[in-house]
Design a protein around this ligand. Sequence first.
Ligand SMILES: [Zn+2]
Ligand SMILES: [Zn+2]
Length: 176
Amino acid sequence: MRSVARSVPAPADLGVDVLGVPVGTPIDVELRLEAVMEGVLVSGTARAQVSGECVRCLDPITQTVVVELQELYAYPGREPDSDEDEAELHQLEGDLLDLEPVLRDAVVLALPFQPLCRDDCPGLCSECGARLADEPGHGHETGDLRWAALQGLLDRPRPQQGETQHSTAETTTKET
Ligand SMILES: [Zn+2]
Ligand SMILES: [Zn+2]
């Protein structure tokens, strides 16, 4: 059994669209390498800083992710078992093992699909784009301005023939 602790630069495109590990930033990897019958069992953790944007308010986000890694790296020449996909079989390359695909899978799985700057981020106003966290009570009472213009047309009094008679009738009622 051997322990390995190492800081490695992040490969390109490690993450998802909205959140990922910036290329070249350090990933701290702590691994245990155990010799087993078929090869080397690798287990441990990787810690990295991810950055991205809040999906609601688009503020920049930086988070630390820690992922658990565990993978068997087989000795070269071993045929995959019948229930194994050859693409999923990791092999030792001489004294080396390629951690990147395993690290990539683990990091992508650990990232939230909808990262938020905070759990209750109110996001942006759907009408004007204002950051609602900055403006408590923000709102638009008039609603959409285009509808407001139409409403003005509807409210305008229309000249009608019966109108004069009606008001006369009302006056009469009051007089009696
Ligand atoms: Zn936010
Ligand atoms: Zn607004």
